[in-house]
Design a protein around this ligand. Structure first.
Ligand code: ACO
Length: 333
């Protein structure tokens, strides 16, 4: 599913992020399960991740990231008409985490709902909001990727527990004025035949968690990492290539690629296939691990605030996650 043109251009007017204070290092994990800092760094690039406090929910992290994005955009909560939270770890199955965020921010005019597209959720939310703004339905939107993956991690499974972390990232989208940036092209895709490669099998209507099955860890993330890895590289490359081509750009025109932060080897493979030098690819997974829907949003905010690109630059965001799902966006900043 793709789009290149719209009546009203939409820009990213502000970004924000938040990660919890608690740092969990590879060395600490190596004391719990049969792993090592060397294995984790070599196979993934991850050195540490953040873990939310017990009373700190997905909505709390989302609201903190959102406040920073609003501040940068120069907008008040009452200016926001749409809030979309992308998450696989909502505060509650219902109501949506976006409703808690609306209340926490005081964004009283906003329509609020969640989407579930795992690591791809933030870019799914970007495309949905862009379309709703460019169609004239809304003027200002807040999109947020937020996760408390520590609650759905099997801390006894070394093949997954070393990968995930908690955090939130947000962006304010609004109609762009002449001379401002715009979301130039977007791409989304899904392959439902591969649902089994990466899932939380329990806790839904197919397999409610009961007293007797709770010890089977059905409520935690299960992943066939090697198979996911291969599909991730191909789909992310294809999605990025599509938005770059639709935007009419060449690899040398791109100032910064901001990929999903799951594995440094995946990121390196994509940079290589897109012929974009590694110093133009933003990486922060060493500090936060894979925070699913939050990952690309946190990376976008850090890249923005550390000057990885400037006004007028061409940037490409590209993601991949459970579903399997993938998405990309070409943005003129
Ligand atoms: N420490 C030490 N050894 C380990 C660990 C660990 N933490 N985990 C696995 N191993 C062992 C395995 O048991 C295996 O041992 P064996 O050869 O004796 O059987 C060996 O290391 C190799 O295991 P692989 O799974 O083949 O390792 P691989 O190189 O594929 O790396 C990883 C695993 C990091 C998970 C990688 O496959 C990956 O990153 N996959 C993609 C993840 C991803 O992108 N997910 C998408 C988004 S997530 C979301 O949507 C929520």
């Amino acid at each position: 599913m793709s789009e290149t043109t719209s009546v009203i251009d939409v820009c990213i007017a502000g970004t924000g992020s938040y990660v919890p204070e608690r740092i969990l290092t590879n060395a600490e994990l190596a004391a719990r399960v049969d792993t090592s800092d060397e294995w984790i760094v070599t196979r993934t690039g991850i050195r540490e991740r953040r873990i939310a406090a017990d009373g700190e929910f997905t909505s709390h992290m989302a609201s903190k990231a959102a406040k920073r994005a609003l501040e940068q955009a120069g907008l008040a909560p009452e200016d926001i008409e749409l809030i979309i939270v992308a998450t696989i770890t909502p505060d509650t199955p219902t109501p949506a985490t976006a409703c808690y965020v609306q209340q926490q921010l005081g964004a009283v005019r906003a329509v609020a709902f969640d989407i579930s597209a795992a690591c791809s959720g933030f870019l799914y939310a970007m495309k949905i909001s862009k379309r709703l703004i460019s169609d004239g339905a809304f003027t200002n939107a807040l999109i947020i990727g937020a996760e408390k993956l520590s609650t759905v991690t099997n801390w006894e499974d070394r093949s997954t527990c070393v990968l995930f972390g908690d955090g939130a990232g947000a962006a304010v989208l609004r109609r762009s004025e002449p001379g401002e940036g715009s979301i130039v092209a977007t791409e989304m895709g899904t392959d439902g035949s591969l649902t089994g490669l990466l899932s939380i099998p329990g806790g839904g209507s197919a397999c409610p968690i009961t007293g007797s099955n709770i010890n089977e860890h059905l409520h935690t993330l299960n992943m066939q990492g090697k198979e996911v890895f291969k599909v991730a590289v191909n789909r992310m490359r294809e999605a990025a290539e599509k938005v770059i081509a639709r935007a009419g750009w060449k690899p040398e025109d791109i100032a910064c690629i901001i990929p999903h932060q799951a594995n440094l080897r995946i990121i390196d493979a994509i940079a290589d296939r897109l012929a974009v030098p590694n110093d133009r690819v933003f990486v922060n997974l060493d500090k936060y691990g894979n925070t699913s829907a939050a990952a690309v949003a946190i990376a976008l905010d850090e890249a923005n605030r550390t000057g990885a690109f400037k006004r007028g630059d061409h940037i490409v965001l590209v993601v991949f996650g459970a579903g399997l799902t993938w998405a990309a966006a070409a943005v003129r900043w």
